[in-house]
Design a protein around this ligand. Sequence first.
Ligand SMILES: CC(C)(COP(=O)(O)OP(=O)(O)OC[C@H]1O[C@@H](n2cnc3c(N)ncnc32)[C@H](O)[C@@H]1OP(=O)(O)O)[C@@H](O)C(=O)NCCC(=O)NCCS
Length: 376
Amino acid sequence: MSEFVKGLEGIVAAQTEMSYIDGEKGVLEYVGIPIGELSAKSTFEETVFLLWNKRLPTRSELDEFTSELRQRYELPAGMEQRVTSLPTNAEPMHVLRTMVSALGMHDAQPNEIELDRARRKCLNVLGHAPTIVAYFDRYRRGLPLIHPDRSLSFAENFLYMLNGEKPTATMARAFDICMILHADHGLNNSTFAARVIISTLSDVYSALTGAVGSLRGPLHGGANEGVMKMLNEIPSVADVESHVMGKLERKDKIMGFGHRVYKAKDPRASDLQGLAEQLAKDTGNEDLYAKSHAIEQIMEREVAAKGIYPNVDFYSATTYHCIGLKLDLFTPMFALSRIGGWSGHIIEQLDGNRLFRPKAEYIGAHNAPYTPIDQR
Ligand SMILES: CC(C)(COP(=O)(O)OP(=O)(O)OC[C@H]1O[C@@H](n2cnc3c(N)ncnc32)[C@H](O)[C@@H]1OP(=O)(O)O)[C@@H](O)C(=O)NCCC(=O)NCCS
C-alpha cells in the first residue's frame, strides 16, 4: 500500500514538456526557455504557441495563430446578453467561471476532444475570456460596452475594452509581460484540476471551468488580491514594520510570500518587481512600491530561513494597480493568462490520456452497527 501524502506534496502525478521549475534555485523555464528571456523578448501570443506546440513559431505560424485568436475576440451570439444579465455585484471570478462554462453551450459540438478540435475549443476560451471580463466590468459600472478590436494584440485589446481607450505602449507591454509570466507553472492546483477533469474525457469547457474555480482560492491565484488588501491596510512605509511583525507574531500568513515549490525567490517575482517599480514611478504610486519593498526586506530578515520568499503574486499586485485594474480583477487577470497554460495541459493530457483515480486511505470504523433512527 502506498503512503498517504497530505496535499500530494512532492508526488509526481503527470509528465509535461511545458514548464520546468527548480524551486531550490528559483528557476522557471517554458519549453526549456528561461522565463526572463520570454518576458524580455516574447509576446503572450507567441508564448502560448510555444506552450501548445513545444517550439517557437515561425513568423507565418505566429501570424496565423494570432489571427485565429483575434477572430475569437468577439463573443458567440447570445453571450453578450448573458454577461449583461448577471447580478452587477457578482465577483468577476464567479462571472468568469460561470461564463466559461456557458461558452460550452454556445459551441455546437462542445464535447469534441480529438486533439485538433480540443485545441480549437481552447482557442475559443482564450479569445473569449478577456471579452467576458471586460464586458462584465463595464456593465457593472454602468458604462457602454467597448467591442473588441481585432487590430490589437491580446494585451492591448483587453485594456482597450476595459478602459475605452487604447493603452500606452508601456502599459500594454507591462500587461503583456504579466500575461507571459502567469501563463504556466507546472502541476499547480488549477492545472491539476484541469487535467483531472479532462482525464475523464469530459470536455474542454468543463476542464477550464473547474480550473477557474480552483484558481480563485486565496492559497492560489487569489493571493494577489490579498496582497493589495494588505498594502491598502498599511497607511505608510513607516507602518510596515509594526504591521508585518504583528501578523507574524499572530502566525498570520503574509500574502504573496511562500510557495509549495519555490524555496528561493520566485523568478517571476524578480521580473515583476522591476516592472512594478517602473510603473509605480510612471503613475505616481511610489508609495505602494516602497511599502512592498519594505515588506520584502522584513520578510527576508524574519522568515527567509524557512525558504519563504516573494511569489508571483507579491509584485503583481502593485503592477496591476498601476495599470489601473480594480482589485477584484487581479485574479481574473491571472486566469486570462493561465487559460493558455491550462489549455496546453489539457492537450497534453488528452494526448495519451490515463484517468486520474487515486485512492483514499480509509481511517474510519469497521463493522459499525446501524442504529435505528429513533435510538440515536
Ligand atoms: C503558498 C503556501 C500555501 C505554501 O504553503 P506550504 O508549502 O504548505 O508551506 P507551509 O504553510 O507549510 O509553511 C512553512 C512555514 O513557513 C511559514 N509561512 C509560509 N508561508 C508564509 C507566509 N506567506 N507568511 C508567513 N509565514 C509563512 C509557515 O507559517 C510555516 O512556519 P512554521 O514552520 O513555523 O509553522 C503558503 O506559503 C501561503 O499560504 N502563502 C500565502 C498565500 C500565497 O501567497 N499564495 C500564492 C502562492 S503562488
